[in-house]
Design a protein around this ligand. Structure first.
Ligand SMILES: NC(=O)c1ccc[n+]([C@@H]2O[C@H](COP(=O)([O-])OP(=O)(O)OC[C@H]3O[C@@H](n4cnc5c(N)ncnc54)[C@H](O)[C@@H]3O)[C@@H](O)[C@H]2O)c1
Length: 413
């Protein structure tokens, strides 16, 4: 690793050095919509990412994953020479803001892992001039922005530091960036002003708070959503244990009753953000975030409960079970932290065979065509409510539908 305190004059050759802005992690799920939004706003963007495969995909004019509305913007940005691709930490632009959108995982004990952000910053520092704004956009552990300010100050660096969290829903970043307010925070008035100037180009509204408030706002947004899903999933399990129809209950709860109108239906609550961010908050709260932990138990426990219920109702050791949908949510191809895989692993311990299918997922060689899964399965489980399943002919096979999504199927629970 470079000595982070050294301000190097080594600048990348070619367009990367000249770009108006650098997005580090720019080929990721958060990075791509942001890159394309800045390019659409007329900026030249240095897409800096360690993953050379996804950079090559983008350079060839293709998207590495589903991002609705992104394809025409990518085509135009490439045609207008608005994108520059770089894969080493040194290859950032020597001017303009540097926005960081890398992953911020939790470890196997559900504690945040600070290493990736610090290593990323350390790698960038020798190539960053003191007048460049550094924007954290990844979801971070509370206190990270102020920590970064102090860390750089100790190294004698004077960069302006901002935290401007991404809050768009995965797959719909292009649309939501244009519609959602952007939370802006910074460790100095200059950092806030510069970050605001930057984001005003691509978002309709700015909300200004302190860094710690912005960090909490992002985590509270995600944890609240995770808890909402846990509430409905818990109610679903209670209703099911009483033999009651949860869809009928939901209809009764919501009909002309505005206070319940946004209450979500039951389903698999998963993906790379909600559980992770709830656990970042729990770690910050010294594991005293009881609601968060309870939500994790309910949402993760739903699939285990489902398997127990199946074992009580059927001799699954003699059955082939087909899972419909392996992405973590509808209409996207992302399998990260998908509960479909937890269900698959659990069922594989007791069912004769488990088959899987998904119309969007291209990265899992075990998936089979839908027709084959329907044909060969004794029982189906709807894991992801992709619209393709709404009217699919499931050949009268019994199907478990936690979501209450299927209308003309032989739903057994
Ligand atoms: N996916 C979402 O919908 C979403 C929404 C809001 C916030 N977030 C947050 O945004 C962050 C990124 O999430 P994501 O889903 O885009 O992750 P991702 O894995 O899709 O993208 C991260 C990208 O960063 C790259 N990368 C990692 N380390 C790097 C480094 N040192 N230098 C350059 N590139 C590097 C990776 O190659 C990858 O392409 C996380 O903190 C996440 O919690 C995600």
């Amino acid at each position: 690793m470079n000595n982070p305190s050294t301000k190097s004059a080594r600048a990348p050759q070619g367009g990367a050095a000249q770009a108006d802005i650098t997005v580090v992690g720019g080929a990721g799920h958060v990075g791509i919509p942001l890159v394309l939004a800045f390019a659409e706003a007329g900026m030249t963007v240095n897409v800096n990412d360690l993953n050379e495969t996804t950079l090559a995909t983008l350079r060839s004019g293709k998207l590495p994953f589903i991002e609705y509305g992104a394809a025409p913007l990518l085509t135009k940005a490439l045609a207008d020479n608005r994108l520059v691709f770089s894969s080493s930490p040194g290859a950032i632009s020597s001017k303009g803001p540097v926005v960081i959108t890398i992953g911020t995982p939790v470890d196997e004990f559900l504690n945040p892992v600070p290493g990736p952000v610090q290593h990323c910053i350390d790698d960038l520092l020798p190539h960053l001039s003191d007048d460049q704004l550094l924007v954290l956009r990844s979801t971070v552990y509370p206190g990270t922005t102020d920590w970064l300010h102090d860390y750089l100050a100790r190294l004698g660096r004077k960069n302006k530091i901002a935290f401007c969290p991404e809050r768009v829903i995965q797959g719909y970043g292009i649309k939501e960036l244009r519609e959602m307010p952007q939370i802006i925070s910074g460790t100095s008035p200059e950092a806030v002003a510069e970050a605001e100037d930057l984001f005003r180009r691509v978002v309709p509204e700015i909300v200004r708070v302190k860094p710690i408030e912005a960090e909490f706002a992002k985590l509270f947004n995600n944890a609240y959503r995770y808890i909402e899903f846990a509430a409905t999933n818990q109610f679903y399990m209670i209703a099911k244990s009483a033999g009651a129809d949860y869809q009928a209950i939901l209809r009764a709860m919501k009909h002309n009753y505005p206070r319940a109108s946004k209450f979500p239906g039951a389903g698999f609550s998963a993906g790379p953000c909600l559980l992770k961010d709830t656990m970042q908050l729990a770690a910050y709260a010294r594991n005293q975030f009881g609601l968060g932990h309870a939500a994790m138990q309910v949402n993760e426990g739903l699939v285990l409960q489902l398997v127990d219920d199946l074992k009580r109702a059927y001799d699954i050791s003699s059955m082939t079970i087909g899972l419909l949908g392996m992405a973590f949510k509808a209409e996207i191809d992302d399998t990260r932290a998908s509960l479909s895989y937890k269900l698959k692993r659990t069922l594989q311990m007791s069912a004769r065979n488990v088959l899987t299918t998904d119309p969007f997922v291209t990265t899992d060689p075990a998936t089979l065509p839908l027709e084959q899964v329907i044909e060969q399965s004794d029982l189906l489980i709807l894991c992801t409510p992709h619209s393709a399943y709404a009217n699919a002919d499931l050949k009268g096979k019994p199907v478990v539908d936690v979501w209450g999504f299927l209308k003309n199927a032989n739903v057994v629970s």
